[in-house]
Design a protein around this ligand. Structure first.
Ligand code: TPP
Ligand code: MG
Length: 354
């Protein structure tokens, strides 16, 4: 039986001996961000179904992982996300307008409409855009951490990836390099138990993911990924250790993918429905809500106001984004060529005249 770090019981009671350093305002901001993330996911799936955005990757069920981990990361640290970290972005102040502009690929998209919707970063908030091949952000984040160590700027990196990515070469080379050079990096594995239709049991024959850290010479911890406070405390400790020169940590956050892999997938065709329902009952938002209710800082009226406010806010931003122009044809070469190469000139002119 593996030891799982937990702070909250299923009933939202704080376990004994947990020292929580969060103010009431911080607790509420955390909760609000989890709720906002879920509403954003729901509305973006609807938008994709209506053909108004091309593709979407939801974080349904995994909100405690993204929001709780980001809460443990300081504003100077760098994020190397995968593609379900919208909650971390929202917590760190990436705006809804920024995210929805990216998904729609308008002229206000930082990636100029070139990136697959969902594979994006935000330079001002220190989120580096991931590449499409699974796991490639792992060595990127380790390299950035090594640079910080050499410069001595006291910055750590947090690198997100899924259970499926642990089978990539980049996972093994990234963690090995981090162990040898003691880079200030934290590896945050969201074990949502699925890599599209491949169950985690077919991904590895080791006892979960956290244990793999031993082979690379640093600590691995298993945390309840549906317990936002446990995720926060584990990440905060790991980031502090990284910054203070105590080396990397691998965090395995055990959760479950309640959405399909993407809007191009139907998880109900392969996810066991009994198992699915079991995890539906472990909803991370409901669990945290029980805690806030027990603490006397959540009410039904508050919830209703929150839901209505976020629903309206997102709808207003969708309307703004949909009235924004698409990127100009010139942006096909911006950041790529200083001037159009002669071989592309006629293609470029043809596109301009469409
Ligand atoms: C090298 C590579 N192989 C396959 C794919 C196709 N692919 C995209 S996401 C994905 C599953 C990744 O699963 P996991 O790492 O568990 O992340 P999750 O989607 O569960 O968050 C796969 C196989 C890819 N993008 N890159
Ligand atoms: Mg997965």
């Amino acid at each position: 039986m593996r030891h799982v770090i937990k702070c909250l019981t299923e009933e939202g009671e704080l376990n004994d001996n947990i020292e929580l350093d969060l103010s009431e305002a911080e607790l509420l901001k955390t909760y609000q961000t989890m709720v906002l993330t879920r509403i954003l996911d729901t509305k973006m799936i609807a938008l994709q179904r209506q053909g108004r955005i091309g593709f979407y990757l939801s974080s349904y069920g995994e909100e405690a992982c993204s929001v709780g981990s980001a809460l443990g990361v300081s504003n100077n640290d760098w994020f190397f996300p995968a593609y379900r970290e919208q909650g971390a972005m929202l917590l760190k102040g990436v705006s809804l307008h920024f995210i929805i502009s990216h998904l729609r690929g308008t002229s206000e998209d930082e990636h100029k409409g070139r990136a697959l919707p969902g594979l994006f970063g935000c330079s001002s908030k220190r989120f580096v855009a991931p590449s499409a091949p699974v796991g490639t952000q792992i060595p990127h984040g380790v390299g950035a951490a090594l640079a910080s160590k050499l410069i001595g700027d006291n910055i750590a990196t947090i690198i997100y990836f899924g259970d499926g990515a642990t089978s990539s070469n980049d996972f093994h080379s990234g963690l090995n390099f981090a162990g040898v050079f003691k880079t200030p990096s934290v590896f945050f594995c969201k074990n949502n138990q699925w890599a599209i239709s491949t169950h985690v049991d077919s991904q590895t024959s080791s006892q979960g993911i956290a244990v793999k850290a031993q082979a690379y010479g640093f600590d691995g911890v298993l945390v309840d990924g549906n317990d936002v406070l446990a995720v926060y405390l584990a990440t905060k400790t790991a980031m502090e250790n990284a910054r203070d020169g105590r080396g990397p940590t691998l965090i395995e956050a055990l959760t479950y993918r309640l959405s399909s892999h993407s809007t191009s997938d139907d998880g109900s065709r392969y996810q066991d429905q009994i198992e699915y329902k079991k995890w539906l009952n472990k909803d991370p938002i409901a669990r945290f809500r029980k805690y806030l209710n027990n603490a006397g800082i959540w009410t039904v009226e508050y919830e209703q106001e929150l839901q209505e406010k976020f629903d309206r806010q997102i709808s207003d931003i969708i309307a703004q984004v949909e009235s924004s122009p698409m990127p100009s044809v010139d942006t096909l070469i911006t950041d790529v060529y200083s001037e159009i190469p002669s071989a592309l000139k006629s293609d470029f002119e043809d596109i301009k005249n469409i």
